[in-house]
Design a protein around this ligand. Sequence first.
Ligand code: NAD
Length: 473
Amino acid sequence: MQDDISGVRLSGRHHAGGGPRYEVVEPATGRTIGHVAAGTGRDAARAVDVAAAALEGWRSTPAPRRGAVLRAIAGRLRTADGLAETVARETGKCLREASAELALAADYFDWYAGLAHTLTDQVLSVRPGLRHLVRTGPVGVAAVLTPWNFPVSIPARKIAPALAAGCAVVFKPSELSLLSSLAFAEICEAELPDGLVNTVAGDGPEITGVWLDDRRVRLLHFTGSTAVGRSIAKAAGPALTPVVMELGGRAPFIVLPDADLDDAADTLMVAKFRNNGASCIAANNVWVHEDVREEFLTRLAERVSRLVPGDPLDERTTLGPVRTREMADRLEGAVAALAAAGASVHQGDGPRRDGWYVAPTLVVDPAQDRPEWREEVFGPIALVRSFTDLKEPIADASATAHGLAGYVCTGDAAAGADLLARLDVGIAGVNVATPATPEIPFGGRGDSGIGYEGGLPGLLPFLAHQSIAAPRP
Ligand code: NAD
């Protein structure tokens, strides 16, 4: 086994952290594959010092030059040797999904590199005798906190717009994906001037507390669970630190009777089982019209049976393990509880090796008042109910405070879009399982978040404007 990896990277250099020592356990085997020496609140404070010192030079770097650096980071992400394997090994997602994640991360850097070119000061003549100069610059130091399930693309979609805007970043990745996120940080550092991305692995409340107490941190940009996001947003209140929160989801997936049922089943397989079910926009509550229920379930069960659980690095694998033993226990417990409460269960291939495998599972007719139906599943288990009146799935979706994603499968795309417009969600797909791309805004409503990533809206929180009125010369 290697020496401990440093979980503190300031100004592109490793620092010995005096914080917790995290064991990196590979979910496919349950074996320890490394250790990370994490940092403390003191490292978090030093990270802000370094970022604040680097800010001025980066802010005054012409925006097109910043864009060129972002494009160079995108290039490195596309050719990074071994990073996809690290992501697959550490998170359990299949290697091709890990490669797709890196490509997506690169696309975020390219997209925000392009938007950097649009960041110019403006002179407006809007009042007689006056000239308004609107100066647009970075908010300052931005704190970025991320979850484990997309350890490269989620940091990328925060850090790319931050850098495009001219911000310096302090970054706390999840303790469950440190190898991937630290390798990503190193790629950014390789192209950036010193001090612009400073990474501190460590205890969430401790690191966040330091950053929220430091008035130089002008934005806290978080992705993770709703419970943690809520606690951070509350802690950000007294200092009025602005927050962007990308939180948990509970997406409805509605199959209408006019849908092509093969396409609908294929779409659901991606929307549900991609990333081993650990996606915030994963289909969570599947609703199929009673008229096509049996035909659809047959197609779905066939596809679930064809999934190949196994080593994420093996190219034949189509379903990897879940991230931790606790997650596997929770998911298996949920299936057992739903079955005991009367739902019927169809399972695909189960685990055939050590590690934290959960058999891909269809649970049909779970009771609507069960917590397993009401909450985010975040694993390879599809919960399916049928309906006769569209009011049922719409009422069910409206009864939750979550509002991240939604899906409909139908032969009438326009009617599908109309239906999705009735759901209070931020991102949705008609016969499409992966609606998010860097060019469009992505964000949840209600308990699913505050603000957006992606598109132009993803850049705006990182910008500060100063408007100066002066007599027109
Ligand atoms: P999590 O909330 O447990 O952790 C997220 C981050 O917060 C990690 O870096 C963690 O170390 C840190 N953290 C944990 N407790 C903290 C605390 N008390 N104070 C400060 N920081 C703390 O989430 P997770 O398990 O890593 O990720 C899964 C969740 O994230 C799911 O709910 C999923 O839906 C959500 N998610 C949302 C999106 C989105 O874009 N909306 C994307 C991916 C994941």
